[in-house]
Design a protein around this ligand. Structure first.
Ligand code: GDP
Length: 418
């Protein structure tokens, strides 16, 4: 079907920090699971008549089995989540497509995303859609079909549609990145609802701005709200449509400096989510349209493409640079927020089970030494009885001997007198 499979794991990708951490923590929880189950089996053996473990101890440890199971389920599903925001037509869908190296989301004139679209990896070879709250899966073969399916379903603005795309076709999806496209921040009064529903667990936010204009109040407002609900959100700003600058090269540096200063100011002084120096590393001037085109050509997909404007290579490198910094940021943030809490819980569970086993061990040792002491006392008592018996027997023997002697004496005396 013309699709290029990306089978080789990109071991250099910063996303591997998350991928490896996820594998490791999943393996550790398999071990914790075994440990808890072994402990339960052992405790059953020493409970009951033996009374070394109490029924309560057994029940306490047994309760950990389902807790560990629940954590394992969550861990298996954990992913890195990035949410894209910005005004309608700034190029959110195009940025996502460029990052996925394929035209997955519909974009362009005539189509505006009027719901939330969450693109995630599918374990099968098929691409399909599922609306949140419904079990129905609809196969999609192409972008236009996806666009039609979205229009036909007359979704509410706040609805969430899952787009499952074969993992093997996109490196980001294969490495457990989930990408969320949003309706334009200019079309909704329900920013709060959006944030509560779809953003609280996002590891990274990408604001797709239009380099042809300045940051809009609606765009800024959205992020003001985000930063009241999430402490220190990770925000990247993409000044998209930077290819427009090619037509006015004489103003290029001036415009870029002006945009950059405003963006730095917004992130560091207005939102206070990072220092000005950190903010500089979060701002990029790109052309998503060119990046997508370049990648479609690399994959030898048929594209009706105009020639790219001057400076497209520089803009493409900047896009690649954005992706690298984004990957570093999202993987580190996700490891911290998703796994730190679970590794603490895992440690506590192991420590609790160990404490119970320690207690059982101590009870058993105390019982053993009490029994040894009892035996020692009994032994002493027996020895003293034995000694007494020996003494008494000796005395008796002597007494009998003396009696026999005296009787013999008396008998011989009587005989001699006669
Ligand atoms: P969204 O509504 O934010 O998702 O925007 P889309 O991704 O649908 O893009 C809207 C229109 O802008 C489409 O026709 C895109 O081809 C075009 N577009 C997106 N990125 C760029 C860009 O970097 N340069 C130019 N010139 N056009 C772009």
């Amino acid at each position: 079907n013309g699709s290029v499979r990306i089978n080789m794991a990109n071991v250099d990708s910063p996303l591997q920090i998350f991928v490896r951490a996820k594998k490791k923590i999943n393996d550790i929880f398999v071990e914790i699971d075994d440990y808890v189950k072994d402990a339960v089996t052992f405790m059953h053996a020493v409970a009951g008549e033996k009374e070394i473990a109490t029924a309560q101890d057994v029940a306490n440890v047994e309760a950990y089995i389902s807790k560990v199971q629940a954590i394992r389920e969550v861990l298996k599903r954990d992913h890195m989540k990035v949410a894209f925001f910005g005004r309608t037509s700034n190029g959110k869908s195009t940025v996502i497509n460029a990052m996925l190296h394929d035209k997955i989301l519909p974009s362009g004139i005539g189509h505006t995303t009027n719901c939330f679209l969450q693109v995630e990896g599918s374990d099968t070879d098929d691409a399909f859609l599922r609306t949140e709250g419904s079990e129905e899966k609809r196969n999609v073969q192409s972008v236009s079909q996806l666009g039609h399916a979205l229009c036909a379903s007359r979704l509410q603005e706040c609805a969430l549609v899952h787009v499952y795309w074969p993992r093997e076709l996109c490196a980001l999806l294969r490495d457990d990145v989930v990408l969320v496209d949003s309706p334009g921040v200019d079309v909704t009064p329900n920013l709060d609802e959006w944030i509560d529903k779809y953003c609280l667990d996002a590891d990274v936010f990408v604001l797709v701005a239009n380099a042809e204009s300045t940051l809009m109040v609606t765009e800024k407002n959205f992020f003001h709200k985000v930063s009241t609900k999430i402490s220190q959100p990770n925000i990247f700003i993409l000044n998209n449509r930077w290819d427009a600058s090619a037509s006015e090269p004489e103003y290029l540096d001036q415009v870029r400096t002006q945009h950059a200063e405003r963006c730095v100011d917004f992130l560091s002084r207005e939102l206070r989510v990072c220092t000005p120096k950190e903010a500089e590393e979060r701002i990029f001037f790109i052309s998503a349209k060119e990046a997508l085109l370049t990648r479609m050509r690399e994959r030898e997909k048929p594209v009706t493409s105009p020639t790219l404007a001057d400076g497209h290579q520089v803009r493409y490198f900047e896009f690649v640079d954005f992706e690298r910094k984004f990957e570093e940021c999202i993987s580190q943030s996700a490891v911290r927020t998703k796994f730190a809490q679970h590794s603490r819980r895992g440690k506590n569970i192991a420590a609790d089970v160990m404490a119970v086993l320690d207690l059982i061990y101590n009870t058993a040792t105390e019982r053993k030494s009490a029994m040894v002491e009892k035996q020692r006392i009994l032994h002493e008592q027996l020895t003293s009885i034995e000694d007494q018996l020996t003494a008494v027997t000796k005395q008796m023997k002597e007494k009998i001997n003396r009696m026999v002697e005296s009787v013999e004496h008396k008998v011989s005396l009587t005989l001699s007198q006669e």
